[in-house]
Each structure stands twice: as structure tokens, then as C-alpha cells.
Design a protein around this ligand. Sequence first.
Ligand code: BGP
Length: 485
Amino acid sequence: KLEKFPQNFLWGAASAAYQIEGGWNSDGKGPSIWDQFTKIPGKTFQGTNGDIAVDHYNRYKEDVKLMADMGLKAYRFSLAWSRILPDGSGEINEKGLAFYENLINELIKHNIEPVLTLYHWDIPQALQDRYNGWESRQVIDDFDNYARILFKRFKDKVKYWVSFNEQNVFTALGYRWEAHPPNLSDVKKMFEANHIINLANAKAINSFHELVPDGLIGPSFGYGPMYSFNCEPENVLATLNGEEFQNHWWLDVYVNGKYPKATFKQLVKLGVAPTVEEGDLQLLQSAKPDFLGVNYYHGGTVRANEIEFPSGDNDAGLEKSFEATDPYLMKPKEEQAQTPEKRMFSNVSNPFLEKTKWGWEIDPVGIRIALRRLQNRYDLPMMITENGLGAFDDLTNERTIEDDYRIEYLRGHIIEIQKAITDGVDLIGYCAWSFTDLLSWLNGYQKRYGFVYIDRDEKDEKALERIPKKSYFWYKSVIATNGQN
Ligand code: BGP
């Protein structure tokens, strides 16, 4: 029998500043690296950007009203650093800060718990120009300064704080795959920047514990559990490597202030390990998060790599349907050997799972596996800070959206988190991605996640009209019944 969700479970929804706000240069906001990056031709789907996004900057009251009508208990959103400090440091832009203060007040007025993310990928362009952003240790103090401004200002209003959103994703896509700003393909720089972000995270967490002793802070990590392709021991070993390289590389540092050994050694061999200076590990170890934010979309399936196991034996059961998903498998062997994970594991598709139109595996059981593994290894309270389905939604002639597929997806995952709670996992909330439709970083506005549809086809007074989808009413009843669906 399934246990009930805890009484004060935070049923929420999430968003991020660049994806919803718009007002990219309103009221003194400075540009972020995303304002610049999306203007580079060919970088985003049909050149879409967040200049206007869904105009949440001007319509936040209307959006909060929709949340309140839904009965939402928590709303996770991020702050744009360059709205508050247009130059990255220095003078505070009071108008920018006032926007967030008003938003927070509006949420509190409607009994919605704000969950505030400090960094969701949009460092001020000024800091990128000044010292290459996350590549320089100067950013550690600048981030701490930005965080302290917010801690002091909102400490009596906001209890739940997220430090960094998906550090694994924005470092990989930004420094290695030229898919996010700063648009680089440099593995060494990726690991260096990543280490500096770890230090910035630790310093800010320490500031938080000093300034907001009653609050809770943690990172939101994009976690995907790794599955072994089959029970061949070499593949199982590769899965251990994959789990370490893709997940524990960050999580072990957040929680225990240590890099996992096998991965670190591989990076040293390849000359791409981060420079760990004296005092770094002490700082990392001094700052323990109060909870882990978990963004869950899908996991990954892994088999042994051909570099470490050139016999090819591990391919024995590999059928054609297990199409390789990793661009590096197409590259010559010597080049593959230069990438750390290719010495450790290979990614393959999972034949048991269906995929979304964008190729993301749909795996509700994976969320339970994720929570169980994280609970065992890190033993912290957790909050699902993102989970959702990207889909094309059709507006009917009656101006409704019958998104039963989204309901099915979310219901499947909510049942599994209830099982995880029954297993003993300490879960404090679930924030679906996303509340309204919003900008998908690289996939434009056509890939929709929201409970609330945003009409982008109409002009004038109907432009960007908000229309609750069928899933909005379904989630409303989930919240009202504390998880029955
Ligand atoms: C996460 C991000 C979100 C959101 C989501 C969906 O990685 O934290 O900001 O964008 O993924 O991704 P996408 O928009 O690429 O479908």
C-alpha cells in the first residue's frame, strides 16, 4: 500500500528568468550571456530568443493569479543577475530588485512558497567581457556578492533557495559542445570553469548559512540514473564509470567536497583535470547543502567502451536497434581516446523506453531509481525541482488544449515518487516543469511544457494570451487531494 504524501508537501511548478521574463533591457537590466548568444545566427531554433519571452516581467500578477487559482503550493523561479547588478558587480539596480520583491510579495499574498534559484545560466555579459565569466576566480567573490544581496533582502520571505541550476548541463553545453554560451569546445576549460563554479557555490552556501540560518539551500542537479546495457560485467563496470562521470562528479563535491577518484585520475591522464589550489578542498568541504534539488527528465544506458576493451566482446549482445547516441562514437578511435568518458563508457539507447519527439526517453520508474540512489549515497532531503514533458500542443477551435499525453506523463512520474516516498525517500516537494509555456533554450517556443498555454499566433489584445490546458485542471485536483490522481 502506498503511503500518503506528507501533509505540507510542496506541489509546485518551475521556470527560469530568461525563459519567461522578456523585458531583456527594461528598467536598467544589463545584458546576460544569453541575450548575446541567441543573436548569433544558427544557434537557436529559427533564431528564437528571450527578448520578450512570455512577457512575465509585465504580466507576473496575472501569472501568479493563475497559480493561486490552481492551488499551487510552491513556485520555483530564477533571478536574472544582470537585472539586479547590470554590470555584474557594483551598483545595484533597485528597479530590477523591486521586480523580484513584488513577485515574491505577490506569491506570499497567495500562500505560494517561493523557491528562488540564484543562477539559471545567465551570467552578466559584463563579467564575461571583463574576465571570461566562470573561467576566472574573480567570479567567486562577484557571485557571492550577488547572492548576499539577495540573502539579506529576502531572508525573511524566502525559505527555499537553489544555488545553481544544472551545473552539469550548462558547463558541458557551454564549454564543450558550443551549444550554449560562451560557445566553446574546450574540454580543459570546461573542467576548470566547473571547478570555479563549485567554489562559488560553496562560498555562497556558507554566506547563506551565516545570513539565513532558518532557510534551506541546495543546488538543482540534472540527474539521470545510469543503466547497464546488460549484465555482462564489463558493461556493469562501465555503468559505474558512467554514473561517476555524469553524476557523482558534481554531487560528491556538493555534498562531501571531494571529486570521485576514478574520474579524476582519467582527467589527469588526459591533461584536462581542474587545477585544485591549496584551500579549495577545505572550502568545498565546509559548505554542505541542506537539500538536493533534482531535475529529472531521463537517465542513460551504458556499455563498455572499445578503448578499454578493444576485443569487442562487450558488443556481443549489441543488436542493431541499440543505435549509438553519442556523436563521439562516429569519430576516429584516436580522437575518441582523447575524451575522458570514452575511456570509461559509451552511451546507447534503451530499447525498452519510448522517446519524446525530441528524442528524450520517457522513464517514470527512473525517477524512483534516481531518488533511491541519491538518498542512499547522499542522505539529504530532496526536492524534485524539474520534471515534465516537452510536446507540440494544439489549440482547438474552442481554444482549449487537450494535453492528455502530458497528464499521462506527469501522473506516471507522480505515482513513482509516491512509491519512492513509501520506500523511505525524504522528498519535500515536486516542481513540474513548467508553469506557463516558455522558451526552450535551443528549441524555441514550439516545444511546450506548461500547464498554461501561451498563444503566440494572435496579435493585439490576444497576444500572448494565457490559456489553462487540460493538465492545469488535472494538476489542480492532484494538489487539492494531496497527490491522488
Ligand atoms: C532543463 C533546464 C530547463 C528546461 C528543461 C527543458 O535542463 O534546467 O531550463 O529548459 O531542461 O529543456 P528543453 O527546453 O531543452 O526541452
